[in-house]
Design a protein around this ligand. Structure first.
Ligand code: NAD
Ligand code: UDP
Length: 314
């Protein structure tokens, strides 16, 4: 039985990962400071004897005996990571440094959840791993973008200098149940607005694009990357290449929820990437991985989840 640490395990992606790893017969330590994560996301796992919950901030030292570390701890929504930008960059840099030290002490493999944001507002489209990006180092998104870029650097330097066994994934926009209702990301905002027949808030003119991946597809890719045995350390893009404009996405949500919501337009936030689509050739070749879930099926499950949450809140 492997002993696996999942930082950020009470968050959206982390909670799905903890569940899948437990179901795979592992011992799972879920570490979280509950900044954006929720006990609700993992409450069904608490009674499992192979599950341990640790309340801790990865910016501070931590020691446990582990075989693998999935480093997911970090707020991912622009609203959440811009709330306390200094904490965000500390989590990315000092937090990753602490997890790398932990991996080194344990001789454990560590996977870093990086992001498509390291490409910034990309000039290469779709984005391939060899692209170095177009990132504003001093803007409101920089705490996250530059923090995650520095975390990748730390991963590579620990690998080269200390022979730490690493894996780096670059996650593109992912959605599904367990996203926080007030998370501020486009998927949760639009669905929650549509279910309540409230105005759908498009930032800018809605011509910017994103490519949305359902969470179960992503989890399969993450676990494949962690366990590949051909020394493929990445970075590797994990996401769904099916690209759409935010305006089309709003219309799709209105259709799938049978909503009476109207679309309203708000200011586009600073440095909001104009287009984003992963090139996943490398993941296909090295991991034999590609997403399978159709957007309408994934959204149906996500809408059902938010509908239930809204009813519980009322
Ligand atoms: P999330 O906000 O739901 O989860 C992040 C979790 O990390 C939360 O439970 C939060 O409480 C915890 N956390 C934050 N700072 C911490 C700290 N200092 N110490 C301990 N725990 C801390 O976000 P998510 O969507 O589940 O994202 C998980 C990871 O995936 C993040 O690293 C994020 O950068 C990356 N990612 C996500 C997406 C996406 O579309 N969801 C895209 C790219 C990258
Ligand atoms: N967005 C929007 N309305 C919202 C929330 C987000 O139009 O209520 C836009 C946002 O400006 C961006 C895209 O949707 O262009 C995706 O935003 P999100 O915050 O989900 O993630 P990002 O990909 O920007 O990190």
């Amino acid at each position: 039985m492997k002993k696996i640490l999942v930082t950020g395990g009470a968050g959206f992606i982390g909670s799905h990962l903890c569940e899948k790893l437990l179901n795979g017969g592992n011992y799972v330590i879920c570490l979280d400071n509950f900044f954006t994560g929720k006990k609700d996301n993992i409450k069904h796992l608490i009674s499992n004897k192979n599950f341990e919950l640790v309340e801790h901030d990865i910016v501070k030292d931590y020691f446990t005996e582990v075989n693998q570390i999935y480093n997911l701890a970090c707020p991912a929504s622009p609203v959440a990571y811009q709330y306390n930008p200094i904490n965000t960059i500390k989590t990315c840099v000092l937090g990753t440094l602490n997890m790398l030290e932990l991996a080194k002490k344990n001789d454990a493999r560590i996977l870093q959840s990086s992001t498509s944001e390291i490409y910034g507002n990309p000039i290469m489209h779709p984005q391939k791993e060899e692209y170095w990006g177009n990132v504003n180092p001093i803007g409101i998104r920089s705490c996250y973008d530059e923090g995650k870029r520095c975390a990748e650097t730390l991963m590579m330097d620990f690998h080269r200098q200390n022979k730490v066994d690493i894996r780096i994934i670059r996650i593109f926009n992912t959605y599904g149940p367990n996203m926080d209702i007030n998370d501020g990301r486009v998927v949760s905002n639009f669905i929650v607005q549509a279910l309540q027949d409230k105005d759908i808030t498009i930032y800018g003119d809605g011509s910017q694009t994103r490519s949305f991946c359902y969470v179960s597809d992503l989890i399969d890719g993450i676990i494949k990357m962690m366990n590949n045995e051909f020394d493929f350390i990445g970075p590797v893009n994990l996401g769904n290449p099916s690209e759409r404009t935010i305006l089309d996405f709003a219309k799709l949500i209105i259709e799938l929820t049978n909503s009476k919501s109207k679309i309203v337009y708000k200011n586009l936030p600073q440095d909001d990437p104009i287009k984003r689509k992963p090139d996943i050739s490398l993941a296909k070749e090295k991991l034999k991985w590609e997403p399978k879930v159709d957007i309408k099926d994934g959204l149906a499950k996500t809408i059902e989840y938010f509908d239930k949450k809204l009813k519980e809140n009322n």
